[in-house]
Design a protein around this ligand. Structure first.
Ligand SMILES: [Zn+2]
Length: 158
C-alpha cells in the first residue's frame, strides 16, 4: 500500500543569515530567515512526509515558539519524521523536489543535497530528485527576497 504527500515552504532572505538547503550550506550574500536553520528544502520534504501520513504539518510537530527548535538542524527534524513514518508502518520510496531561488545557481550543490537527504530518508540517492529553478526576475523569488521549496514524497507500507 502506498501513500503520497506534498510539501511547500517559503523563507524570506536576509543578509547576515546562512543559506542552508537540504542540509548543505550554500555560499550566498543572503540567507534564509527562520526560527530553525530555515532549510526550506528539508522543511518541504518533512511536510510532504507528514502529509502522506495525515499527521498534520511541521508547525504542529516542531512549533516555532518552542526553544528546542531554535536554530535546529532541519535534517534532524526530517529524521524524526522519517522515524515517525516508520512507527506508523511506512518507509520512503522516493522524493521529488524543486527549489526556487534567484541566485546563486544551485547546480554545484545539488548532488551533495541528494546524498545528505538520501541518508536521512534511508533511501538510495537515485530515489531523491532535487531540481533548481529561478523566479525569472518575477515575484519574491525573482526579486531575490525569498527561497521557496516544493516536495512530493511516496511512502510504502513496510
Ligand atoms: Zn521552513
Amino acid at each position: 500500500m502506498f501513500r503520497i504527500g506534498i510539501g511547500h515552504d517559503t523563507h524570506r532572505l536576509a543578509q547576515g543569515r546562512p543559506l542552508i538547503l537540504g542540509g548543505v550550506v550554500v555560499e550566498s550574500e543572503r540567507g534564509a530567515e527562520g526560527h530553525s536553520d530555515a532549510d526550506a528544502l528539508a522543511h518541504a520534504i518533512t511536510d510532504a512526509i507528514l502529509g502522506a501520513l495525515c499527521e498534520g504539518d511541521i508547525g504542529a510537530h516542531f512549533p516555532d515558539r518552542d526553544p528546542r527548535w531554535k536554530d535546529a538542524d532541519s535534517l534532524q527534524l526530517l529524521a524524526r519524521v522519517v522515524w515517525l513514518a516508520g512507527q506508523s508502518g511506512y518507509k520512503v520510496v522516493n522524493v521529488d523536489a524543486n527549489i526556487s531561488l534567484e541566485c546563486p545557481r544551485l547546480r554545484p550543490y545539488i548532488q551533495e543535497m541528494r546524498e545528505k537527504l538520501a541518508h536521512v530518508l534511508s533511501v538510495d540517492e537515485a530515489c531523491v530528485s532535487v531540481k533548481a529553478k529561478t523566479g525569472e526576475g518575477l515575484d519574491a523569488v525573482g526579486e531575490g527576497r525569498a527561497v521557496v521549496a516544493q516536495a512530493i514524497v511516496l511512502l510504502e507500507r513496510i
